[in-house]
Design a protein around this ligand. Structure first.
Ligand code: NA7
Length: 550
């Protein structure tokens, strides 16, 4: 894999210096790479700042065993260049992390993006200077960047909850959070390995390392509904068909509910007999993708009876695989509805628990109390002795990437303080009080969770780029959403969210995985197509709802 700055040249002046830019972008993931590219191609002086040593964002950091994309390869891609699409060949429907990371490196090479990024550099603070009406950004390498526009492409799942338990430092073995997995890998053979967490990440880890580790203990608090992944290898004919469909697919994903190629059909759940519904569910289940969740029955998100019928279908599918009733009772969810938080795709995850060298520790009964030198101590006083502890404990989603930076807007207001009190944005694109700060993958937009990320991130980058071009064409220096418009967006977001069952289930979608985090559905659930239309309408009305000043 290519490393950062192969020439070793630094483009900023180094510690103690200040350099001026039109735009500074945080992050070299899917969004940051595209944002830097778009602004550079329009002639702006733009600099990207990336904490990692290479491009890839999520696909750079999450290199844990079994990491794999849950969107089909032919839609998890850039849409701005058909040339890129023609030049890249995916090997399978749901590629593993190395292939996705390689794709993003290929894009970086093809578009010559690395020269516009500072790698191994973290933004520590950003302050809006009201006298110059520009942002001053400081990095952990001691540089200051002075910029008109400040754009965060820092990811929605990039602030890992890695200090999960008291006493972690006392552990005599090794501890790894999945999002900070070492590039050189971790030797698991013969080791007593513990995994905490059975979210999308934990499931991928567990199904992959079962049989690799000497003994695996899975600490599970909340069981998951799952969908078995169907992951065929692609041959040349498949790839040619996908390439031929590029333009049509590019249009299609922009208007569906979740930015995928599939969508909820027009048919109504209630107009069908139980047998007809069953047949539909069987058919979509067999597709082995997230379509069973995001393109089956839209009513499952709002109607408890529909949700229960779909949930019971999934439970049945799980029961067929786990004959042991005691194990089934632990692994099959009953306390919340299917699809009310992220549904993972899996491959023989349930079967991992049938192995003699895999043990399920249900921490609903005896929660993890702390980490002790020998392992994990649960509330019943048991010490589960381990050599390696894997934390698949998730992220401070949506907000964490930005609240971990000291961001100060007008009057010195702090984004961390603001979001600690109430998580608010204007369409996930800007925040009142923070002029010329643009955000991607931030709360209150579909890109905060409910989307095929490449679809939503590119849409946001395009909106931001168009907005900046408009500002420049009109000679404006500052843009900021009005409080009234932000209030109306937050109210609309909440109204749409509160009509769904998603707000009734605890998960990172609601911020409930982080103690003290204000409760609000992080992702806009009005649909990707509808959201795009609203964004386009705002732009068409010359940024109605935003104040612009020269
Ligand atoms: P998630 O989905 O937030 O999952 C974190 C898991 O860790 C989940 O099972 C948690 O159980 C568990 N957890 C967290 N803290 C504890 C404690 N203290 N004790 C026991 N178990 C704990 O993160 P992922 O990384 O799996 O997935 C995040 C997204 O990345 C995913 O949705 C995809 O979009 C990609 P809980 O459910 O809170 O009971």
């Amino acid at each position: 894999m290519a490393e950062a700055n192969p020439t070793g040249a630094r483009r900023t002046g180094g510690p103690g210096t200040t350099e001026a830019f039109d735009a500074v972008v945080i992050g070299a993931g899917v969004a940051g790479m595209y944002q830097v590219y778009r602004l550079r191609e329009k002639g702006f002086r733009v600099r990207g700042i990336e904490a990692g040593s290479g491009v890839g964002g999520t696909w750079y950091w999450n290199r844990y065993p079994g990491a794999r994309v849950d969107s089909q390869a032919y839609i998890y891609q850039y849409w701005f260049s058909e040339e890129l699409n023609k030049a890249w060949n995916w090997s399978e429907r749901f590629p593993a992390q190395p292939e996705t990371e390689a794709y993003l490196n290929f894009v970086a090479d093809h578009c010559d993006l690395r020269k516009d990024f500072d790698f191994n550099t973290r933004v520590t603070s950003a302050r809006f200077d009201e006298s110059t009406r520009r942002w001053r950004i400081e990095t952990d390498t001691g540089e200051t960047l002075d910029t008109k526009y400040f754009i965060t492409c820092a990811g929605m799942l990039s602030a890992p909850l890695s200090a999960a338990f008291a006493g972690q430092d006392s552990f005599e073995g090794q501890v790894f959070h999945t999002a900070r997995w070492p590039k050189e890998g971790v030797a698991l053979a013969g080791k007593r390995v513990g995994v905490v967490g059975t979210g999308a990440t934990g499931i991928q880890v567990i199904q992959t390392i079962a049989g690799q580790a000497g003994h695996l203990k899975v600490f599970m608090r909340t069981p998951q509904y799952i969908i078995p992944m169907r992951n065929p290898k692609y041959d040349d004919a498949d790839r040619e068909a996908h390439k031929a469909g590029f333009q049509a697919m590019r249009q299609r994903v922009q208007r569906t509910f979740a930015g995928f190629d599939y969508d909820f059909p027009e048919r109504s759940f209630h107009d069908m007999t139980v047998q007809e519904r069953r047949a539909v569910m069987e058919e979509i289940w067999a597709d082995g993708s997230l379509s069973f969740w995001l393109a089956s029955f839209a009513e499952m998100f709002v109607d408890p009876a529909v949700n229960e019928e779909v949930s019971e279908f999934v439970r049945e599918k799980m029961r067929e695989r786990i004959k042991d009733p005691e194990l089934a009772a632990k692994l099959i969810p009953t306390t919340y509805g299917f699809g009310t938080h992220r549904v993972p795709l899996e491959t023989r995850y349930l079967e991992a628990f049938l192995r003699p060298d895999v043990e399920l520790v249900d921490v609903r009964e005896a929660p993890i109390e702390c980490i002790v030198p020998k392992g994990v101590m649960t509330a019943d006083g048991t010490v589960h002795e381990l050599d390696i502890l894997i934390l698949a404990t998730g992220f401070d989603a949506g907000t964490g990437a930005l609240t971990r930076i000291d961001i100060r807007g007008r009057g010195g207001r702090s984004l961390k303080d603001d979001w600690n009190a109430d998580i608010r944005t204007t369409m996930g694109l800007m925040v009142h009080g923070y002029p010329n700060l643009f955000t991607t993958a931030a709360p209150l937009a579909p890109s905060a969770a409910l989307c095929n990320m490449t679809t939503c991130l590119q849409q946001q980058v395009d909106w931001i780029t168009d907005c900046i071009l408009y500002m420049e064409s009109q000679g404006h220096r500052v843009i900021e959403p009005t409080k009234a418009f932000e209030d109306s967006w937050v109210a609309h977001h909440d109204a749409v969210a509160d009509a769904t069952l998603v707000t009734k289930t605890d998960s990172w979608y609601m911020g409930s995985n982080v103690a003290g985090k204000p409760r609000r559905l992080l992702s806009y659930i009005g649909g990707v197509g509808g959201y795009r239309q609203k964004c386009e309408d705002v732009a068409a009305r010359h940024y109605e709802g935003f104040s612009l000043a020269r």
